[in-house]
Design a protein. Structure first.
Length: 346
């Protein structure tokens, strides 16, 4: 019965994700029908690339769908899925319902890297990542190592130290960004917009970059689903059942942090996805990580696709940073979840 329920839930979410992708592709400054979108997507699948038979208006629509909208939609879905997956894992790993993908300061490291890239004027390109993306990724990865080694040299509980170090280092890096911007007023707007998140620079190369890390990091998280279920019973019980909790947590944190670093480097900082989606999933699926992890990935993908569609269309031709939309939707809903939980437990 449980297997059937999981299959039904997965099938429903996958179907909803496909519908979200197709519907989002039709929305924009150029009106497209669902049938036109499906027809062009099928033609690309059949020809494994550009369909040379297209011409005129069809060619224009093909460019809009295949080169502009679809890369953006798929990238927002991958980033949303990755952030929700990391949020679900972190909440269990740290046994903290408020844990989110940015809790270890990775995003602040990425923001500092992006700030330095914007000010440097250097021109680089690697697998579709420009200078800002490359610097953001490096900044995020260096922050992971800094938090990890600071936590383990601090003595006491490594997990507690990691949370404390993550908060402290995040604050310190944010202060550095503010200090830098004090002397570079002209770039404040560009840095601010990056930190609010956007998928306007999406490309197939960036999708490949993120997908590689999702496959690697996601595989580690999914492989430890059983271990996370056992660890949820408590530290002592998990050790009695043969789980090396310290090693498992280290693997989970490493895989999840790399996922966040890759996601932030292509999108900027997008909040609330990794916080609210896992909570919603737990309400629907229960506490089994074999369901929480895949449901969170699919739910996060759907949520961020919808948020980005709103961000690029609600004030057209002006684009709103997607982080604003996720905060406007996510913050009130998270408050509702907290109040609901308190009322139910009373």
């Amino acid at each position: 019965m449980k297997l059937k329920s999981t299959f039904t839930g997965m099938t429903g979410l996958i179907l909803l994700l496909v519908i979200s992708i197709i519907c989002a592709t039709t929305v924009g400054s150029a009106d497209l029908s669902v049938s036109e979108v499906i027809q062009i997507l099928i033609s690309h699948v059949k020809t494994l690339g550009h369909d040379a038979s297209l011409s005129g208006a069809q060619l224009s629509k093909d460019v809009i769908i295949w080169q502009v909208r679809l890369p953006r939609i798929l990238m927002s879905g991958l980033v949303g899925g990755a952030l929700a997956l990391v949020g679900a894992s972190f909440q269990g790993c740290f046994r903290n319902p408020l844990a989110d993908p940015h809790i270890l300061g990775v995003s602040s490291g990425a923001a500092l890297g992006a700030t330095l890239a914007i000010l440097s004027g250097i021109s680089l390109n690697f697998i579709g990542l420009g200078t800002i993306g490359i610097f953001a990724f490096i900044g995020a990865v260096l922050t992971i190592f800094l938090v990890y080694y600071s936590a383990y040299f601090g003595g006491g509980s490594a997990m507690t130290n990691m949370l404390l170090m993550g908060t402290a280092i995040s604050t310190m890096l944010s202060a550095f960004i503010s200090l830098i911007m004090t002397f570079h007023h002209n770039q404040i707007a560009e840095v601010y917009l990056w930190t609010m998140g956007s998928f306007s620079s999406a490309s197939w190369e960036k999708i490949l970059f993120v997908l590689i890390f999702i496959i690697i990091g996601g595989s580690v998280l999914f492989a430890h689903a059983n271990a996370q279920n056992i660890m949820a019973l408590g530290e002592d019980d998990a050790k009695c059942l043969g789980i090396d909790t310290d090693k498992v947590r280290l693997r989970l944190i490493a895989a999840a942090s790399i996922l966040v670093a890759a996601s932030v480097s292509v999108s900027g900082i997008v909040g609330f996805v990794g916080l609210i989606i896992p909570h919603c999933v737990r309400i629907l699926s229960g506490a089994d990580y074999k369901r929480i992890l895949p449901y969170s990935f699919l739910g996060g993908a759907i949520f961020l696709i919808l948020c980005d569609t709103v961000a690029r269309t609600i004030a057209a031709p002006t684009e709103i940073p997607v982080g604003i939309i996720t905060a406007v939707i996510g913050a009130p809903y998270f408050i509702f979840l907290i109040i609901r939980k308190r009322v139910l437990s009373a």
